[in-house]
Design a protein around this ligand. Structure first.
Ligand SMILES: *Cc1c(COP(=O)(O)O)cnc(C)c1O
Length: 354
């Protein structure tokens, strides 16, 4: 039986997607060739890329609104520097809500001055700062919608006059938002969209072409856009599998439908964390992430027992990140409510034993 996979990333994918992806590795499109053997310029693969790009915009409700989607390489981490390369002329504003924001700031600082509008670093990122100003003369504002490591999630985004850039790596396609408030969204595929190896970038085209520096081709959004996300050989397997996951989501009813499931899972998880006296949630209640629930066991003496119990129940990937400790239950789109029920059951069983 498949494990209950609470891994933070790479992480759980829908079983039917894994099945279809594995079939394509052996025989793609009934052409008696593997997806991995054909030219990326062949019609069957160009169709895959175009479908993936279109599905991303469709799911986000951004068709016909001046946006384009790209599937790039180098992970979300390359977007930390690409964003700055392409958009930063004088100064940019960043909200620091965790390790990933911090890294994005470091990369952008290579190019020019960074204005950190607020940070929760001194509280080890257990909340999202809310009171801050975003100067109108800055080039853009960058934030991280979901802080995978600390288990916080932005519930609201500031209204900005300057372009709004968001790292949505760990909660893309998980909840309904007005995505047209963002000018650039990026997301590494391996948290909620597909396997590692590709990064979705959704850009409002009119924000580009405003910096004076020369941009290397591979780091230039305009180059990738002009080549239909095929400037060089794309990561064909990662794009294909991401396309399958987006199709799966569309067939379920899109973001609206999955958001309901995600809320059920998170409600169940957090109510156990709050009601069970053996556990304590890590992040501020109003900022809790519906994707990554971080919590600790108050009595360390129970750790061995608890760890054995969840492992025996076929649960995988529950250990917290080293910078937080404790536990982290990642509940991405493809994780079923049943998996959360299994975990919650074990937590309450531990309570009755203790
Ligand atoms: C995982 C993660 C990243 C890093 O992604 P890579 O694809 O490994 O570079 C960046 N931002 C967030 C929010 C993440 O969760």
């Amino acid at each position: 039986m498949k494990k209950h996979n609470f891994s933070a990333g790479p992480c759980v994918l829908p079983q039917e997607v894994l099945q279809k992806a594995s079939e394509a590795v052996l025989n793609f499109n009934n052409d008696n060739l593997s997806l991995l053997e054909i030219s990326h310029r062949s019609k069957p693969f160009v169709d895959v890329m175009e479908k993936a790009r279109a599905l991303a915009l469709e799911l986000l409700g951004l068709e016909g609104k001046g946006y384009k989607a790209l599937f790039l390489q180098g992970g979300a981490s390359t977007q930390f520097l690409m964003v700055a390369q392409n958009l930063l002329e004088k100064r940019a504003a960043y909200l620091n809500t965790g390790t990933w924001s911090d890294k994005a700031i470091k990369e952008a600082a290579i190019f020019d001055d960074i204005h950190e509008v607020a940070s929760s670093k001194s509280a080890n990122f257990n909340y999202i700062p809310k009171e801050y100003d975003i100067p109108e003369d800055h080039d853009y504002f960058h934030c991280t919608s979901n802080n995978t490591i600390f288990g916080t999630q932005m519930k609201k985004f500031p209204k900005t006059k300057i372009p709004l850039v968001c790292d949505m790596s760990s909660d893309i396609f998980s909840r309904v938002l007005d995505f047209s408030q963002f000018d650039l969204i990026y997301a590494g595929a391996q948290k909620n969209m597909g396997p590692a190896g590709t990064t979705l970038v959704v850009i409002k085209e009119d924000i580009l072409g405003k910096v004076s520096r020369k941009i290397p081709s591979m780091l230039d959004y305009k180059v990738h856009l002009s080549k239909g996300s095929m400037f060089n050989t794309p990561p064909v397997f990662a794009v294909y599998t991401s396309m399958l996951t987006m199709e799966w989501l569309k067939n379920l009813g899109g973001i609206k439908a999955i958001e309901k499931e995600n809320e059920k899972k998170a409600t169940l998880m957090y109510s156990e964390i709050d009601l069970n006296p053996l556990f304590k949630g890590y992040s501020a209640k109003e900022d809790r992430s519906n994707m990554n629930a971080t919590f600790t066991l108050l009595n360390d003496d129970l750790k061995e027992t608890f760890d054995t119990m969840w492992q025996d129940a076929g649960i995988n990937g529950l250990n917290g990140h080293r910078s937080v400790g404790g536990y982290r239950a990642s509940m991405y789109n493809a994780l079923s409510l049943d998996s959360v029920k299994v975990l919650v059951e074990i937590m309450s069983e531990l309570e009755s034993k203790a």
